[in-house]
Design a protein around this ligand. Structure first.
Ligand code: HBI
Ligand code: FE
Length: 273
């Protein structure tokens, strides 16, 4: 498979990366100012988790115990022993094939750099705060951890069959922006939601469509990356995600050959919650 070099516009130092795009984290080099930015981001988001985050996510945040400063990825991997995952540092977004290969080996790529204080509210690329506090807590949940492993394994098939787009949509809608119906309330578990103060409230309480998860619908649904999401999909249990892996290859081919559904469109066949 061809490995496309990341676009030059990306911020990280890809020149220093190994063939699998990993870099040393150099945690000792994190400055006091960066630790302070992390503490401010962590405090702001944690204040929202009680009301807006799924229980498994909150439990993962507690297990990671990283309110005090930028986490050491090797040390944090200790909290993931139960689900067999470990964390590797990368310069930022990496090509699909490298990304899937890491997930298929239960390695989660975490960007090593942290946003600047003036980027507290928005930055265009994922940084360590998004990747770590957004994605890592659910790697402590066995059902979600198994799903993400199986998702990674589907990458090679999708790449070979020209079906990367539907697979990326699944990641976007269900890993970055997924909602969970828990004890009758809408809770967030998606990393893109829970690493953003505005999106955390918008996704769970804002005037925006929330549709019952349907794998075929999600695999066809396009998305925009630079704004609050115009709609969300809701599952009732992380095992629903694991369950979709069974027929995923056939579903990817069908979605590859189907017309995409526009971002934010609500269809007659949808089940709004
Ligand atoms: N690289 N580091 C990193 N993190 C991601 O979340 C990521 C990526 N590369 C590709 C990618 N995500 C998306 O294309 C997924 O849909 C695969
Ligand atoms: Fe992400």
């Amino acid at each position: 498979m061809t490995t496309i070099a990341p676009a030059p516009a990306l911020r990280g130092d890809y020149g220093a990366a190994a063939a699998d795009y990993t870099v040393p984290q150099r945690h000792a080099g994190v400055t006091p100012a960066e630790h302070a930015t992390w503490r401010a981001l962590h405090a702001r988001q944690s204040a929202l988790f009680g009301r807006h985050a799924a229980r498994a996510f909150r439990e993962g945040v507690a297990a990671l115990d990283c309110a005090g400063g930028v986490p050491d990825l090797d040390r944090a991997s200790e909290a993931l022993r139960r689900t067999g995952w470990r964390l590797v540092a990368v310069p930022g977004l990496i090509p699909e094939d490298a990304f899937f290969a890491h997930l298929a080996a239960r390695r989660f790529p975490v960007t090593h750099w942290l946003r600047r204080p003036e980027e507290m509210d928005y930055l265009e690329e994922p940084d360590i705060f998004h990747d770590f506090l957004g994605h890592v807590p659910l790697l402590t949940d066995p059902a979600f951890a198994d799903f993400l492993h199986g998702y990674g394994e589907a990458g090679a098939f999708a790449q070979a069959q020209g079906a990367l787009r539907p697979l990326a949509r699944l990641y976007w809608h269900m890993v970055e922006f997924g909602l969970l119906l828990e004890d009758g309330a809408i809770r967030a578990y998606g990393a893109g939601i829970l690493s953003s103060a505005t999106e955390t409230v918008h996704a769970t309480e804002g005037p925006v469509p929330r549709l019952r998860f349907d794998a075929a619908r999600v695999l066809r649904t396009e998305y925009r990356i630079d704004d609050l999401q115009p709609l969300y999909f809701v599952i009732e249990d992380f095992r629903e995600l694991f369950g979709l892996l069974r027929g995923l290859e056939a579903a990817l081919l069908r979605a590859r050959d189907a017309d995409p559904i526009a971002p934010g469109a609500v269809l007659a066949a949808d089940t709004p919650l």
